[in-house]
Write a protein that binds this ligand. Structure first.
Ligand code: NAP
Length: 272
């Protein structure tokens, strides 16, 4: 039995359906089973990762866990990792490939897992292509006004992250491995807008927004100045140090990683 956390999310939904399609026994941890909309053969169990005492029913009889962490702090993570270790033999943790800097909750959770006695594999993806969904309205209107058009990332399709997770969960030889996962190409944010527009049949162009104007607008929209500042700092960093491209997806799956154009075609309805 494989337990998938975040099973209703971008990556977890694909992990769940790919495991079910492969005929494996899959259980999904969700907070609201009534809204989960998962394939019929998936067992859906209620639980909340921020409330470790709710996890026992989901963990019973489980051999492997696909774990994501839904919060920006590691609060309760040590209890959750301990509960997983009590039941399961191994964990595939959806971490992140964060640029050098102060330690994050991703580092803390990796550390907890390393010391848990579980067999583990860490998936460290770079930026998700789904992040560009935040531009959907602007792409529909033909202009994306945003800061740091020259910030370059190697955005990854969530289906590729899931396919790697499924590969790792269903084959041997990944114990103790850390996989840095990216898409196949580096594209600046301005190029991302053009590629998505072309793929979904809408002409969309970039209009550079000064960082201070963007900050004001994003604080109004997102409400958390600290979060806005860290996002702006990350984009500024990708101008001078573009996100790297790795061949890990292709090495593990035996086919090239999906492009941003592939992703946009899969998500055409999100931009229509
Ligand atoms: N975006 C990026 O560029 C990027 C890059 C690297 C790593 N990551 C990491 O990837 C993960 C996000 O993956 P994603 O995009 O697939 O997720 P997502 O679409 O944001 O969905 C979040 C999932 O977590 C579940 N969830 C939220 N709070 C929960 C809780 N308290 N207990 C149990 N489940 C909870 C949600 O389920 P319900 O709401 O249905 O309960 C949902 O299935 C995060 O850990 C993020 O840090 C993101």
């Amino acid at each position: 039995m494989i337990l998938v956390t975040g099973a209703t999310g971008n990556v977890g939904r694909h992990v769940t359906s790919q495991l079910a399609e492969a005929g494996l026994e899959v259980r999904a941890l969700v907070r609201d089973p009534g809204r989960a909309r998962l394939p019929e053969r998936v067992e859906v169990v209620r639980g909340d990762l921020t409330a470790p005492e709710t996890l026992e029913p989901a963990l019973k009889g489980v051999e492997s866990v696909f774990l994501l962490w839904p919060a920006f702090t590691a609060d309760h993570a040590s209890e959750v990792v301990a509960a997983v270790a009590e039941h399961a033999r191994r964990v595939v943790y959806l971490s992140a490939n964060v640029p050098d800097g102060p330690p994050t909750h991703y580092h803390e959770i990796e550390r907890l897992i390393r010391h848990s006695g579980l067999g583990w594999t860490f998936l460290r993806p770079g930026g998700f292509a789904t992040n560009t969904l935040g531009w959907a309205d602007q792409i529909r209107q033909g202009v994306v006004r945003w800061p740091y058009g020259q910030a370059a990332r190697s955005l990854i399709h969530e289906r590729d992250i899931a396919a790697v997770a499924v590969h790792v969960l269903t084959s041997a030889g990944h114990n103790g491995a850390t996989y840095v996962l990216t898409g196949p190409e580096q594209l600046t944010q301005a190029e991302q807008v053009r590629v998505i527009g072309e793929a979904v049949g809408r002409e969309a162009r970039w209009e550079e927004l000064p960082a201070d104007v963007a900050r004001e607008q994003l604080v109004a929209a997102w409400g958390d100045p600290g979060f806005v500042d860290s996002a702006l700092k990350a984009w500024a960093g990708f101008v001078t140090a573009p996100e790297p491209v790795t061949d890990t997806v292709e090495r593990l799956l035996g086919r090239p990683a999906l492009t941003l154009g592939d992703w946009a075609r899969d998500h055409a309805s999100d931009f229509s």
